[in-house]
Design a protein. Sequence first.
Length: 445
Amino acid sequence: MTTRSTTKSPTIVDAFFDFVHSEVSSSVVLLACTVVALVWANSPWADSYFHLLHLKLGLSFGDWSFALSVHHWINDGLMVVFFFVVGLEIKRELVVGHLSSTRQAMLPVVAAAGGMLLPACIYTAFNYGQSGAAGWGIPTATDIAFALGVLALLGSRVPIGLKVYLTAVAIADDIGAVLVIAVFYTSQIAWQGLAVAAVFLALLFLAIGVLRWRTPGILAILVIGVWVGVFASGIHATIAGILIAFLVPVRARIDPQEFLDVARLRLGHLANGQLSRESMIMDREQLDSIEVLHEAVADLRPPSLSLEKYFHPISAFVVLPLFALANAGVALGGDTRELATSPVALGVLLGLVFGKQIGISLFSWLVVRSGGASLPEGVGWGQIFGASCLAGIGFTMALFVSDLAFDDEGLINAAKIGILSASLLSAACGYAVLQWVLPRRVNTG
């Protein structure tokens, strides 16, 4: 497999490296917030931590009121931004990236399928017929930020092909996780709410795809309408982020040659018109040329990339740290040992640590062996195994699913202990394996 620079435009290459670098740096912030949550939840000020999470915030008008706890505002509200960014990444990969063709997608998609199926089976083996059976989706998720963060510790020794492979597997995993949440963790659908969401989605499609409106206020109202409809439908509200992201065009709205023709014509007009900072105010033709150029540039830049560049830092450095702060706090009391050895904790731990390793490695080997795909250039099986170990870092999506799977606080805490323990072990194991198998020399290619 070649790097993306040989087949894609420089914009896509830049987007990929921006994505990797931001994921790596955000993992540090995410880790810090996780530590803060754990320390706070087990400190003399633990009551203030849990009181803050259960504090109700909302709106009221006459007899009508709508309020959610801080914890739910973060998980059901702010996390929409995270899922929106995930949706943009998924659509980009499906349209122009490493999931855009059957041959390209085969390896990461099959690997991700194995990395979801085997952990779910291991978890189910521990919890079948028990109170924790609904948590089978918890160990199926991979946290790309932490996984790429650990990979970054190995510096230039890591071949580009391995970074692309791990990123593509994680994004394919995200697709699976979204489907799991939408299909298996939605108990009952209120069709009136879904109809409202569909109406606002249609209006949003009309505004973005047909009328090409860029007015933030109007778009914000339509987005809020979609969120309210999905929330009222019983489907988890964060799915609204995915649905909205899939409406955003990936490719430029204007043909490049048309843009160049417009640019030459209008720039020539401005160059011949004695343009100055004062003349454009009085000269209507100059102002029209500037406006046309402004619109042409906006149409040339792919909307998906623009929105991803804007929202990714918000997701990575605001939303996810707040999510970690609100969800990683586990009170480690006298029942910690009992929780840590419960079927839920063991199912999550073994599912993430061993299920991901074996599932991703085995399914990757099977699809390559069958001739359906080939390994990335410069990547060996030892590196694939190391990457599969890193995929056992579940964290963000795993914590998210645990909150959907269980209502019982004890089961949620048991799942969190399993997730945190598995993520730590997977990170250490993946780093050790890659430290051993990667070439010692600096890779300058």
